[in-house]
Design a protein around this ligand. Structure first.
Ligand SMILES: Cc1ncc(COP(=O)(O)O)c(C=O)c1O
Length: 309
């Protein structure tokens, strides 16, 4: 669904609430030419206790940290960004939404050195359902190993959520969709499993859980951290620094994606090979159910993960 079909009318830009159509930048904006921006994707959930931003503090931490390699100093503090986001959600009367903060080098001059460009910051929120579809959450998705490799963390910091390098994810997503798959899995430069274009990946084998480690050129997903905590609290052994070879994907008992967008999505086939029984496996089901119980606030546990609007 396009933005124009959504009931949203306000964006926060550089400290001001502006009308949606007035949230503009100059075509010579540094970030537009060189991808010198950092961003976040968070969700506000319609919980049993009212709208609440999920793991907002961790998303803010990552936003500020993402800027560090690029000397992007966000000229607003955590409280200002939090207040702006809460007010955006309230003003537009949203119960649940996606939250997109972005900070980027703006307009002043164009050259590879961005130091003379101002850092601009925007926050937008909009209604958003299940990213890969409701059916995907139940039945699982069909994925393909991409012919594009994930760029290496020795080339571009993969633990920073930087706008420009997302062309890598765009290429992988386009290829997967063009070939009839819902999503891609990217291997890293070494040829081991990295992650999805916008998701981390988990593998279940013999009742234990594995997820690729930070040295595998992945983004340290906040949903990844959430799943690790939930799984450990459910009593599972989680290997969160795993190196997973491509071959292990096909013989896994279960595979699933985690992400703010994808939440906890089972993977039912990889390159047309059925994973386990070719449907949502029991471990994935238990973790996914717990995840939804937590974000719906049908439990009092993990209350500090929520920032009520
Ligand atoms: C490349 C990549 N990996 C993993 C994730 C999952 O991260 P999170 O759970 O913080 O949304 C995302 C989404 O932001 C992503 O873009």
């Amino acid at each position: 669904m396009g933005f124009d079909e959504m009931d949203v009318d306000t964006i926060w830009l550089d400290g001001e609430f502006v009308d949606w159509e007035d949230a503009q930048v100059h075509v010579l904006t540094h970030g537009l030419h060189y991808g010198t921006g950092v961003f976040e994707g968070a969700r506000c959930y319609d919980t049993e206790n009212g709208p609440a931003m999920f793991r907002w503090e961790e998303h803010l931490d990552r936003l500020y940290q993402s800027g560090q390699p690029y000397d992007i100093e966000i000229p607003f503090d955590r409280e200002e960004l939090t207040d702006a986001t809460v007010e955006l959600i309230q003003r537009q009367d949203l119960d649940s939404c996606y939250i997109r903060p972005v900070a980027f080098y703006g307009y002043n001059e164009l050259g590879l050195n961005p130091s003379n460009c101002p850092v601009q910051v925007a926050i937008a929120v909009w209604p958003w359902g299940a990213y890969l579809g409701e059916e995907a959450l139940e039945e699982g998705v069909d994925v393909a190993v991409s012919s594009w490799r994930k760029y290496s963390s020795s080339q571009i910091p993969t633990n920073a959520k930087t706008t420009g390098p997302y062309v890598n994810s765009v290429l992988a997503s386009l290829e997967a969709k063009d070939n009839g798959y819902t999503e891609a899995i990217l291997l890293n430069k070494e040829g081991n499993v990295a992650e999805g274009p916008g998701e981390n990946i988990f593998l279940v084998r013999d009742g234990e859980i594995y997820t690729t480690g930070l040295a595998e050129s992945i983004l340290d997903g906040i949903t990844r951290q959430t799943v690790i905590t939930l799984a450990e609290d459910l009593g599972y052994t989680v290997h969160d620094g795993a190196t997973i070879s491509r071959g292990e994907l096909y013989t896994a008992d279960e595979l699933f994606f985690s992400g703010t967008a994808a939440e906890v999505t089972p993977i039912r086939t990889v390159d047309d090979t059925e994973i386990g029984a070719g449907t949502k496996g029991p471990v994935t089901d238990e973790i996914q159910s717990k995840f939804f119980e937590v974000i719906d606030r049908r439990t009092d546990e993990y209350e500090d993960w929520f920032h009520y609007v």
